[in-house]
Design a protein around this ligand. Structure first.
Ligand SMILES: Nc1ncnc2c1ncn2[C@@H]1O[C@H](COP(=O)(O)OP(=O)(O)O)[C@@H](O)[C@H]1O
Ligand SMILES: [Mg+2]
Length: 221
């Protein structure tokens, strides 16, 4: 069986559309005759992210993926749709071992709604938020290690041309694969259009975004 990263290498950002969708999903539901929903991973202000298994025949069969869904009806406004499409486009350009790779993007129409889906590799482990909530406390060395891993990811994003600015690095968007394990950064939903892109959009999480950025002096972390 090919690994998720190998599958990702053959993906293009093209998207596809279907017509069998409902709203949000229940465990067991099948999407595009390919992704079977297993459980919910997290719910944000706009969308829901699920763990799903690839059940269609092919080299990807049996692999687990993360499926992020955004309902047009349930989303707050068009800005949410615009940000979701931007997230998919940007994620498709990224290639880093600590950023779950982009796999697929599609829309499913029903009579009452249109739901947008972004499929990506599963990041192993649990969120830093869940670990801390369950009582885990890092040693100083472990805290430094996680910070260095994150800085390496940020350095990669800033090395791109144009640079990519995540804008929502916080414990819910950082996954750790156990004590001493790999660190992954997810959720490019607040990503800046370019390093210098300003505009009127305020995204990210209050309390986690740097005050200077909220003041929109410069769009940095
Ligand atoms: N690729 C992934 N692998 C594993 N878990 C993920 C992945 N993407 C998201 N998650 C989980 O789902 C949650 C919600 O996804 P996220 O992309 O952060 O959406 P939102 O914009 O709603 O915050 C995350 O906090 C994380 O727990
Ligand atoms: Mg998030």
């Amino acid at each position: 069986m090919r690994t998720c990263m190998e599958i990702a290498r053959h993906c293009n950002f093209q998207g596809s559309s279907g017509s069998s969708g409902k709203g949000y999903l229940q465990p067991g539901e099948l999407l595009q005759n390919k992704y079977q929903i297993k459980r919910e991973l997290g719910e944000g202000s706009n969308g829901i992210t699920y763990e799903a298994e690839v059940v269609s025949e092919g080299p990807e069969k049996g692999s687990l993926v993360a499926v992020k869904a955004l309902s047009l009806v349930k989303s707050r406004d068009w800005k949410a749709v615009e940000l979701f499409e931007r997230e998919s486009r940007v994620l498709a350009t990224l290639k880093h071992p600590s950023i779950p790779a982009y796999l697929d993007y599609f829309e499913v129409d029903s009579e009452e709604d249109r739901v947008f889906y972004l499929v990506q590799c599963i990041a192993p482990g649990t969120t830093l938020e869940a670990m801390v909530e369950s009582g885990w406390r890092p040693t100083e060395a472990e805290a430094v290690r996680i910070a260095v891993e994150l800085l390496n990811i940020i350095a990669y994003l800033e090395s791109l041309r144009p640079p990519v600015v995540h804008r929502d690095i916080k414990p819910q968007n950082i996954l750790i694969d156990g004590e001493g394990g790999g660190v992954s950064l997810v959720d490019f939903g607040a990503v800046a259009p370019t390093a210098l892109g300003g505009g009127s959009t305020i995204v990210g999480t209050y309390g986690c975004a740097r005050a200077s950025r909220l003041a929109r002096k410069y769009p940095v972390l």
